[in-house]
Design a protein around this ligand. Structure first.
Ligand SMILES: Cc1ncc(COP(=O)(O)O)c(C=O)c1O
Length: 380
């Protein structure tokens, strides 16, 4: 089945017992045991351990990412936390230098308490990655493109280096989704999603997914999921399956709208710089073109020194000023005080998350309306 059809018919297609075209919401905490011993027809016991609506979603994301098994969590951060829980005291995780602020925070302020170390590297520089590897490094965690500066990392190269050194490679695929990029097919071991974003697509849920490429990791992640319990509810699993059905249509429109908005911003006198992997002169453009089917729906841009970015953000009307991304509506945010506030000031300055940096997630509205809103607010 082609990917677009898999989005609609993959996983568990409808409900065999009634013919319903949608997977039912199994809103139950527990299941009646029909026999004393567990059998293969008697797989569900308790909804933290497994739930049929969640299982349909987990099978679907596994097929979409071409992985071995998938797991659904109550948020992207719960998914990241589950993946990082594979490691122990004394281990070290290498992370890209501008990963999502929450990923940095959970390592810096939470896992550090348990002796799990991390070190930050520029993941667009493979030599720097090699130089950072020592015996304590057990995982490489990357995002590509990175949030918010759209840094590109060669997934195949990172996965190769990881394998050579017996290290697990983890890719946060939130920005691209499997419609545009499939890290497991490029050699990665684990894929993570904040499904809150493009996979859900409607800003109506918070969810996270982990997909692994082998049975050993599947057993370990399932153990962590069941033991720590941050599972996705049956209702949110249903909503996410529903959102995923239109992923290809939404992303096609977001990709094309974003190209128009990026070109528009680049030609404005108020704008200093535009970060968009679709530009041929964007660092890593060739790698992005090689490993993904598109450039996604996110643009970051720097407003010129002295320009009143607060007034600009507050005067937008169609574009929503708020956290998050990947919804059908255009969303704009101020990374330094919102998504990346957890990153220390000096580090933010060093990597380019300055106060006049703005990130926009382009929605599926008519692109003329998006441009009109930007013009009006830039000229205010
Ligand atoms: C790239 C990326 N990964 C992970 C997360 C965390 O996901 P959630 O907010 O669903 O916990 C986010 C949230 O913005 C994100 O942008």
């Amino acid at each position: 089945m082609k990917f677009e059809s898999l989005l609609i018919h993959g996983g568990i297609d409808g409900d065999a017992s009634t013919g319903a075209v949608n997977v039912p919401i199994y809103q139950t905490s527990t299941f009646k045991k029909s026999e004393f011993e567990n059998t293969k027809d008697n797989v569900y016991e308790y909804s933290r351990t497994g739930n049929p609506t969640r299982a349909a979603l987990e099978k679907l994301i596994t097929e979409l990412e071409e992985g071995y098994a998938g797991f659904a969590f109550a948020s992207g951060m719960a998914a990241t936390t589950a993946a990082l829980s594979l490691f122990k005291t004394g281990d070290k995780i290498l992370i890209s230098n501008n990963v999502y602020g929450g990923t940095f925070r959970v390592l810096d302020k939470y896992f550090k308490n348990f002796g799990l170390n991390y070190s930050v590297f520029d993941s667009s520089n493979i030599e720097e990655l090699k130089n950072n590897i020592d015996d304590s490094v057990k995982a490489i965690f990357i995002e590509t493109p990175t949030n918010p500066l759209m840094g590109i990392t060669d997934i195949e190269e990172v996965a190769k280096i990881a394998k050579e050194n017996n290290i697990i490679s983890i890719v946060d695929n939130t920005f691209m989704t499997p419609y545009l990029q499939k890290p497991i097919t490029l050699g990665a071991d684990i894929v993570i999603h904040s499904a809150t974003k493009y996979l859900g697509g409607h800003s109506d849920l918070v969810a996270g997914l982990v997909v692994v490429n082998n049975n050993e990791l599947a057993e370990r992640i399932h153990f962590i999921q069941n033991s720590t319990g941050g599972v996705l509810s049956p209702f949110d699993s249903f909503l996410l399956i529903k959102g995923i059905k239109t992923l290809a249509l939404r992303m096609d429109r977001q990709n094309s709208n974003t190209t128009v908005v990026a070109k528009f911003l680049r030609n404005r006198k108020e704008v200093e710089k535009v970060y968009y992997p679709g530009f041929v002169d964007h660092p890593g453009h060739e790698i992005q073109t090689k490993q993904a089917k598109g450039y996604g729906g996110i643009i970051s841009f720097v407003l010129k020194e002295g320009y009143d970015y607060k007034k600009f953000l507050e005067s937008l009307e169609l574009i929503t000023f708020g956290e998050s991304l990947g919804g059908v509506e255009s969303l704009i945010c101020h990374p330094a005080t919102m998504t990346h506030a957890a990153i220390p000031y000096e580090m933010r300055q060093a990597i380019g998350i300055t106060d006049n940096l703005i990130r926009i997630s382009v929605g599926i509205e008519n692109v003329d309306d998006i441009i009109e809103d930007l013009i009006k607010s830039l000229e205010i």
